[in-house]
Ligand binder design. Structure first.
Ligand code: GTR
Length: 435
């Protein structure tokens, strides 16, 4: 095996300008057209993960204070510089407007609020709409789950009062000419089991990701990026935020609102996301320590999965298909995952000591379930240094058998997706970690 794998890495490193057959995959330097993913465990390249518990100067991270006061900041900066980009802070002049509310939503089960966030305080500036449902019978502020959605707040529920986004939307059910229509109401409701969560005592808040930044590469002229441009700047620098960075920033702005709402227990807000939005929830939770729990569902490459395994989706492939998601510098690691100063176990470690949960699906091999699991293993030493039980598994668990140590993990049967089955596991995990 060794003899076979080593030359493969060498070939990739010297960057032959021809199509190479590498580890069962075909890579074309020109792009992803000829990309064939590797799904053979035996052909995963040899790799060594960067050690989260070694400082940049090579000295060991020995104590919790070493991590918290120094190493955490180093790791965060590496992810900003090389992967997701630096984001601005809370914008001055941001305003919240309660655009609509009801004490009798979802058949009396919920309090509904729709909050407009004017990022620069101006009606004609960039804005997002937060949809919140809170348990109507709550006797105290409600713990919450917060996540972005793909197809509009109105798509997450049949509730006729929920606003339809006005901006760009990718093609899908109920979308015409890249605009959402009434026909899209409720089309994603199976992904958002509001009533189940309300019955369990949790509120849920969601925002359409395209309100923050539309999910296509326009050179960063739409969405929130221009808010932070300096005089004369027309796009983010190579170490500045891409679209995932913008989405994560939007989640922090939603949390800014939640902190002002007396019916919300802002000390217990879980940030969650599916797929590209799971990459986003991990990055939001890494940067913003106000998030009390972080959940990744099928987030894969650039999310929970280790990049160095190059199993399923790879860094080169994701940067080619979605050049706007990560920062400019991340492109330097196409076919050079071993040169990344981080890997995704260190992203999970940035959530420490807060609980983090990683969910995989058996048939979602594109997202590399085993690579997602191994990230949890790799983050565990940081969690243990901080006095928690870390990750209580060395081997992948059987299907539907969640691991619920401070780092949680589960793999279920079926493919890429999210449903009440997953939300139930997340609610159980939150119950255990919070109560
Ligand atoms: C895929 C992409 C994945 C994942 C997914 C999704 O096309 O390759 O990284 O993010 O989209 O967001 O549904």
């Amino acid at each position: 095996m060794l003899a076979f794998r080593f030359p493969v890495r060498v070939l990739r490193k010297i960057g032959l300008a021809v199509v190479l057959t590498v580890a069962g995959s075909v890579y074309s330097p020109a792009g992803a057209q000829t990309f064939v993913a590797n799904y053979d465990e035996a052909k995963v390249p040899l790799y060594e993960l960067p050690n989260p518990l070694v400082f940049a100067d090579g000295s060991p991270v020995k104590t919790a204070a070493d991590w918290t006061n120094r190493r955490r900041g180093e790791v965060l900066k590496l992810f900003q510089d090389h992967v997701y980009g630096r984001s601005p802070g809370k914008p001055e002049g941001m305003k919240f407007q309660i655009a609509e509310s009801s004490r009798n939503a979802l058949g009396g089960k919920a309090i509904r609020k729709q909050v407009t966030v004017l990022f620069n305080g101006q009606e004609d500036g960039p804005k997002m709409s937060i949809l919140l449902y809170l348990p109507a019978d709550a006797k105290k502020p409600s713990p919450m789950f917060l996540g972005l959605n793909f197809a509009g707040n109105h798509a997450t529920t049949d509730d006729p009062a929920v606003f339809i986004p006005q901006g760009w939307m990718r093609p899908g059910p109920g979308v015409e000419n890249n605009r959402a229509t009434e026909a899209g109401r409720g089309v994603s409701a199976a992904r958002w089991p509001y009533e189940m969560m309300l019955n369990r005592g949790y509120g849920v808040a969601t925002v359409y990701c395209g309100d923050i930044d539309p999910d296509y590469h326009d050179g960063f002229s739409n969405g929130v990026h221009p808010l932070s441009y300096k005089e004369g700047q027309t796009q983010p620098a190579d170490d500045e935020w891409g679209t995932i960075g913008a989405w994560a920033w939007g989640l922090s702005r939603a949390l800014d609102y939640l902190e002002t709402d007396e019916e919300v227990d802002a000390k217990h807000v879980a940030v969650l996301g599916h797929s590209r939005l799971g990459k986003t929830s991990l990055w939001a939770g890494a940067q913003d320590e106000r998030f009390a729990l972080v959940i990744s569902n099928n987030s894969g490459c650039g999310g929970a999965a280790l990049s160095r395994r190059a199993f399923g989706e790879t860094v080169q492939r994701i940067n080619t298909s979605f050049p706007h998601w990560f920062n400019g510098n991340f492109k330097r690691y196409n076919l050079k995952e071993n040169e990344l100063p981080v890997d995704q176990h260190m992203l999970l470690a940035l959530a420490a000591p807060r609980p983090v949960f990683v969910a995989s699906a058996e048939e979602d091999r594109w997202a590399d379930p085993r690579g997602e699991f191994l990230s949890c293993v790799g983050a565990s030493p940081v969690y243990k240094l901080l006095g928690t039980d870390g990750f209580a598994a060395q081997e992948m668990p059987a299907l539907n058998e969640p691991i619920t140590s401070r780092i949680g993990y589960y793999i279920r049967p079926g493919g890429h997706g999210i449903s009440d089955v997953d939300w139930k596991v997340f609610a159980d995990f939150a119950d255990k970690q919070w109560k």
